[in-house]
Design a protein around this ligand. Structure first.
Ligand SMILES: [Zn+2]
Length: 440
């Protein structure tokens, strides 16, 4: 572990790089990406052949015109894609064995391997060198750590799988405690009580469970910062967690492809434009709903250039009071696979309903909803799982949700779906919770 590198990136991120305008950000990105591309084209056979016909764009640094890639392409071309000659089979074997033994420390040479969640055909592999991991740790600590690096911090991190990357944040007074989402609740409770974390990081479904324990006095902890990761943060969970712990819930938007966004002190998510450049592919320009195309100019082992994510983001229309020039988001809306659809009489083409529409309809229906999940099972069949505050409100709440959803479908002149209800019975686990899910 090279602590000097970590410290350098901590200081650079926290105090060094300041951007006063969009222009400054773009200049910085252009410069970085130019240098980055020179290196990548030389080291990654995949990008070299992908850019064969883009010599002019490369020379003139018109990188925004380079072809767009995605996860399927990255996984298919894995062996040629990375710059360190690691074979997909070798990486997968190591990752699967780590998942089984729950020992996530083995590496190939100095490269850590990680496996992202997803269905078997859709899992992503990521490679991070020690050098990148030290950079990452420095940057992450600068962006997330309250106060100084010299203070004592005990970080409780709830994850589906551990990775050398995360333990790289351990540094003198900072201790890192990995909580395996596969462990049972009792062991989480006991360990949390013992460790008394100052910072708690986890998926919102788990953080909410912890908040419930705290509210029921089964647990007594007082973290100073809580950060939601890995799942879409829904308002209903945000409010609950914030009320119990009496503080702002922060968010990190981090995926296999990079450390994409963090919340500022006002709770606004800002894209980390000092690490990644982002272009918007609008799905609905008026509402500011878009799919991001990202270029991470800090990662060289597994370069991510003009890469379309499967996420739907909503831009913030008003500037954030923190003054940051980094692109501000209203929220992460969900995954592109979780769009809902409706149909019109006599029309073949289906109309998209964004997760945000569904969320708003449910939240508008009642204040007595504790938990919910809405599933589109078939084009005209919606299931709502629901838990309400008091059982005697249940019927009324269901009726109001039905009304709101029907109203939404009608407002787009869509054929009314059948809406069925069931009890909310989902517990936090290693499976990502989605409150709005399409099973079409
Ligand atoms: Zn802000």
């Amino acid at each position: 572990m090279n602590k000097v590198r970590l410290l350098k990136h901590y200081i650079l991120t926290k105090y060094g790089r300041k951007f006063h305008s969009r222009h400054e950000i773009e200049n910085y990105q252009n410069k970085k990406i130019k240098k980055h591309l020179d290196f990548i084209v030389e080291k990654s056979p995949f990008y070299r052949s992908l850019y064969l016909e883009y010599e002019t764009e490369l020379k003139t640094n018109h990188w925004r015109k380079l072809p767009i890639i995605d996860k399927a392409m990255m996984m298919e071309q894995f062996d040629l894609f990375n710059t360190v000659g690691i074979k997909k089979e070798e990486a997968l074997n190591l990752a699967f064995s780590a998942e089984k033994t729950r020992d996530f420390s083995p590496k190939i040479n100095n490269i850590s391997i990680g496996l992202s969640s997803g269905t078997s055909g859709n899992r992503g592999l990521f490679l991070v060198s020690d050098k990148e991991s030290e950079m990452w740790a420095g940057t992450v600590l600068a962006k997330l750590l309250p106060g100084s690096l010299l203070n004592t911090h005990r970080i409780a991190f709830f994850l589906r799988a551990n990775n050398n990357l995360y333990s790289s944040t351990e540094n003198g007074k900072i201790t890192f405690h990995y909580f395996d989402l596969l462990d049972d609740f009792q062991s989480h409770k006991t360990r949390l009580q013992d460790i008394q974390p100052t910072i708690m990081i986890g998926p919102p479904s788990m953080l909410r469970k912890i908040a419930e324990w705290q509210a029921e006095h089964q647990l007594h902890i007082s973290p100073t910062k809580i950060i939601s990761v890995a799942e879409v943060l829904e308002d209903i969970d945000k409010k609950f967690i914030e009320a119990v712990f009496k503080q702002q819930l922060h968010q990190v938007y981090q995926c296999t492809e990079g450390f994409l966004a963090t919340t500022c002190k006002h709770g606004t998510l800002h894209i980390n434009e000092d690490l990644v450049a982002i272009q918007k592919e609008y799905l609905d320009r008026e509402r500011g709903i878009f799919v991001p195309i990202i270029t991470d100019f800090t990662r060289i082992t597994q370069p991510i250039i003009r890469y379309r994510l499967n996420d739907i983001l909503i831009e913030r229309k008003t500037p954030c009071p923190c003054g940051s020039q980094f692109l501000a988001l209203e929220r992460i809306d969900g995954r592109s696979d979780d769009l809902f659809y409706g149909e019109r009489y006599g029309e073949k083409e289906k109309k998209v309903l964004f997760p945000d529409f569904i969320r708003r309809a449910v939240m508008l229906a009642s204040e007595h909803i504790l938990e919910y999940k809405v599933i589109q099972k078939e084009l005209n069949l919606i299931e709502v799982k629901i838990k309400v505050e008091q059982k005697n409100h249940e019927q009324e709440v269901k009726e109001r949700i039905r009304m709101e959803l029907i109203k939404l479908w009608k407002s787009f002149h869509l054929i009314e779906p059948t809406i069925s209800f069931s009890d909310y019975n989902i517990l936090p686990s290693d499976k990502k919770l989605k409150r709005i899910e399409s099973r079409l």
